[in-house]
Design a protein around this ligand. Structure first.
Ligand code: G6P
Length: 607
């Protein structure tokens, strides 16, 4: 969602900020803006739409200055307009702020403090800017601190004042902020992507902290003025991995990244000879692990479909009852949890507000709470008592692909690790690990089908709707395939467990309603085949994802995508890639904004 970038140093701030905004585009936004101080006054420029609109507006202007803040906005309070775009100013442009999050008591604050202040936008952020102005007595840090004591809600904010041109003040509560440490220069951003080109040394702000940054250094304190010592971390993501590298879209590049980054997820975490896995970040003793009676996987969106595969793996390999809960439901359900429950939050960004809140609820109730996270240093990584990075590298397309497969990799490793404590034999563990090690080559075989899948996507792109079918471990694959298609192509689609069709969805079947069914060779193959025959009998066009060599299904299919065989539990690692490519090419054929689908954001930091 909204993105923040700030700069203070010796270089001209404008190009750094505009490039930084481009790196934040992937989060989703509807307007953008920048404010720069030249040491005397602040210049503020905003525009609706893409960063290019802002860049075009800036082109004829001469804006110089080595301190500035910029923002991509995703509308929450107030519609999409230039007035509502950030940076927001108080009564004059002398005091400007950018803000992510929601000020819940903005109406009360307005009534209590803002008499005589003229508001120019419908945003909660502008009220915060005026509030800081009211408390300003020559020290911006203290004004921000005083204002925030009045605020209820969430914020990641950066403020700047023309009277103190060598200072940026940042504060965080519930919305991430990172300081990038360069040579005599500092960056501030809502995630590390806009600063990777400049520095890999970062300091993550925690909730309740305020940072005062000057070209000479930074000081961090809390709302009660107590100073806080922080250590910096090194980010090992490189700038190149956050580029398209010749691919037309980030999504396609990220789909093709999968064989390589899959190995990053499993490397050093398995023991082939002993048929087991070891994820040290779990931070549990063998005794504690033995006492786990239930596992709960909490996630949103694609991560929740990856979690469903995790449930199959955990139950089948480790025999531990495992539930998957969509985080937004779990947090309000008064869930039943005890000290023998292990809860995992699964999240690419590690910042999804609902997942974070659900994990906090689980922690309050006494569960072991761990994270399976991609973004290094994200809130979830820091708030959980352990867990595992999925090491997918920067994922910038809104629709998740490589993070999904790496979530599966980590969940399967956890299932093997727990399984080896009880019912999983060394021989089966070894077979699983050996099969996991073959996955990257097999992924490449699926990726080689790209052109064929594109042709199939072109054929069905004008369908009004589609159905995805699977059984067993391929039911979550159908859910994810359907999710991908609707996210980026806007074609309505649903996923069904194939055995459930006769209880409702059969009524939809007919010549204008294509069905994509996953019918790979596993223990449910025969069952799936009967379901597919029923679909065929009702004249729906059929696209099948089948196992290489299975000629017998060709008589049923209008189109076939043949994927290599693997062990049943690992099939989602291959089958999903075929569906990712299908969704991608459908969206491209329809002229969609593949990397930034309408109304969706990469990182959903509000409820
Ligand atoms: C958003 C994104 C999805 C993602 C979901 C969960 O809705 O558009 O692609 O699956 O959030 O995100 P997380 O970062 O928690 O995995």
């Amino acid at each position: 969602m909204c993105g923040i970038i700030g700069y203070i140093g010796k270089k001209q701030a404008l190009p750094i900020l505009v490039n930084g905004l481009r790196r934040l585009e992937y989060r989703g936004y509807d307007s953008a803006g920048v404010a720069i101080s030249d040491g005397k006054k602040v210049a503020r420029v905003r525009a609706m739409g893409k960063i290019d609109e802002l860049a075009n507006k800036l082109k004829p202007m001469t804006i110089s200055g080595t301190v500035g803040i910029a923002h991509t906005r995703w509308a929450t309070h107030g519609g999409v307009s230039e007035d509502n775009a950030h940076p927001h100013a108080a009564c004059t442009d002398d005091l400007v702020i950018v803000h992510n999050g929601i000020i819940e008591n903005y109406r009360e604050l307005k009534d209590k403090f803002l008499k005589g202040h003229e508001l120019k936008s419908q945003t909660d952020t502008e009220i915060l800017a005026h509030l800081i102005e009211i408390f300003y007595k020559g020290n911006l840090t203290e004004a921000v601190r005083a204002a925030l004591k009045e605020v209820r809600g969430t914020y990641g904010l950066v403020a700047m004042h023309s009277a103190e041109p060598d200072k940026l003040v940042a504060a965080r509560l519930g919305s991430p902020l990172v300081i990038g440490v360069g040579d005599d220069e500092y960056f501030l951003a809502s995630d590390t992507s806009p600063m990777l080109a400049h520095t890999k040394e970062v300091v993550f702000l925690d909730d309740g902290e305020i940072a005062e940054i000057t070209p000479a250094g930074f000081k961090i304190s809390n709302l009660n003025s107590k100073s806080v010592d922080k250590v910096s971390s090194k980010i090992d993501w490189d700038e190149a991995s956050a580029q398209k590298q010749g691919f037309p879209h980030f999504m396609l590049k990220e789909i093709f990244d999968q064989p390589a980054v899959f190995m990053d997820a499993i490397r050093g975490r398995y023991n082939l000879a002993e048929g087991t896995a070891h994820l040290g970040g779990l931070n549990m003793t063998i005794e504690q692990m033995h006492k786990i009676r239930r596992v709960i996987l909490l996630a949103c969106g694609t991560a929740s479909y990856a979690s469903l595969v995790g449930k199959y793996a955990m139950e089948r390999l480790a025999g531990i009852p495992t539930e998957v809960d969509v985080a937004s439901e779990f947090r309000y359900r008064d869930p039943i949890i005890d000290h023998h429950t292990l809860v995992f939050g699964i999240s690419q960004s590690g910042e999804t507000a609902d997942t974070l809140a659900a994990l906090r609820e689980a922690k309050r109730k006494g569960a072991y709470v761990r994270g399976i996270v991609n973004v290094i240093g994200s809130t979830m990584a820091r708030e959980t008592d352990g867990g595992t990075y999925m090491h997918a590298g920067p994922e910038l397309a809104v629709a998740s692909t490589k993070a999904y497969t790496n979530m599966l990799a980590v969940l399967i490793l956890y299932a093997i690790q727990f399984g080896r404590l009880n019912r999983l034999t060394e021989a089966t563990g070894e077979r699983l690990i050996a099969a996991l090690l073959e996955i990257p080559e097999k992924m490449k075989e699926v990726l080689a089908l790209n052109d064929g899948i594109k042709k199939i996507a072109m054929k069905y792109k004008d369908s009004a709707g589609m159905l995805f079918l699977g059984r067993g471990v391929n039911y979550p694959v159908a859910l994810e395939g359907s999710h991908k298609l609707k996210e980026i192509s806007y074609i309505h689609s649903e996923a069904y467990p194939a055995g459930e069709m006769k209880h409702g969805a059969n009524a939809l079947l007919g010549p204008n309603f294509p069905v994509l069914a996953i019918i790979t060779k596993n223990q449910l193959y025969e069952k799936m085949r009967s379901n597919v025959e029923e679909v065929k009998a009702r004249y729906s066009p059929l696209i099948l994802v089948a196992t290489v060599g299975d000629e017998s299904v060709s008589e049923l299919a209008d189109d076939i995508i043949y994927v290599p065989p693997t062990m049943e539990l690992l099939e989602p690692l291959l089958n999903t890639i075929a569906l990712q490519l299908f969704a991608y090419h459908s969206a491209v054929a329809l002229g969609r904004d593949v990397d930034r689908p309408r109304n969706l954001a990469k990182s959903v930091t509000v409820e």
